[in-house]
Design a protein around this ligand. Sequence first.
Ligand SMILES: Nc1nc2c(c(=O)[nH]1)N[C@@H](CN(C=O)c1ccc(C(=O)N[C@@H](CCC(=O)O)C(=O)O)cc1)CN2
Ligand SMILES: NCC(=O)N[C@@H]1O[C@H](COP(=O)([O-])[O-])[C@@H](O)[C@H]1O
Length: 236
Amino acid sequence: MTSAKRRIVVLISGSGTNLQALIDALNTPALPNAEITLVLSNRKAAYGLTRATQANPPIPTAYLALQPFLKANSGKTREDYDTEVAKIVLKAKPDIVVLGGWMHILGENFLNVLEGKTKVKGEDEMAITRPVAMINLHPALPGQFDGANAIERAYEAFTQGKITKSGAMVHKVVKDVDRGEPVVVREITFEVGESLEQYETRLHAVEHEIIVQATKKVLDEVNLVSVSPFYCCPQS
Ligand SMILES: Nc1nc2c(c(=O)[nH]1)N[C@@H](CN(C=O)c1ccc(C(=O)N[C@@H](CCC(=O)O)C(=O)O)cc1)CN2
Ligand SMILES: NCC(=O)N[C@@H]1O[C@H](COP(=O)([O-])[O-])[C@@H](O)[C@H]1O
């Protein structure tokens, strides 16, 4: 009997090369028995949206950006935006949410919904019975360069002789940015004389590996719990 595929939702903001790594790994030994049920971007021009629509089979996409949301919904706040993002994500019934270059800090409204602490109004199928796993890809080592522009900041520290290595990690998503439990960590030693571009090329190659490894690792952990986060049956 074939078991239901494990459902992955990917959040992006840019080119989506890490999304592409996940797409390419689907249903190979690297990422078996899995499907991407939604790619959500907060930037309309994100090429990752194109990668999703050009995938075979095509992957559903969604777009929701903070500023247009606030402009179109006067009186609504960043917290309301986070709640809306959570609703869009839950409709895709993820077993895991992967932030693959998602350049928006997710507030407690989002986290509480995905963790099942806050129930969102709407169809029953959005109700969850246990937390949805959430991981983020970050281009630095744990506690080294939290936040945005980590690659450039690490490279700058190297050129100033402050560090000799950096790397990339995938970590659990918690409220404090990039402070969640590391899932996969890979160190990269800088090469003397290498340019930022040369370092970035080496770093991205590592990222494309660890995002797949981390997604499989967490899905396998989720599977040990052996149930989807979602209700099997409509509420009585
Ligand atoms: N609650 C969490 N949200 C997010 C995490 C996390 O660990 N916990 N990881 C980030 C990803 N990220 C670094 O890995 C990161 C992305 C963006 C920013 C940031 O400062 N964003 C600004 C907007 C910047 C922009 O629009 O260009 C913001 O959200 O106001 C910091 C870290 C994803 N979310
Ligand atoms: N703080 C988060 C962050 O900086 N994420 C970074 O965004 C890039 C996305 O690339 P991609 O769009 O080609 O997958 C990746 O380098 C990832 O580490």
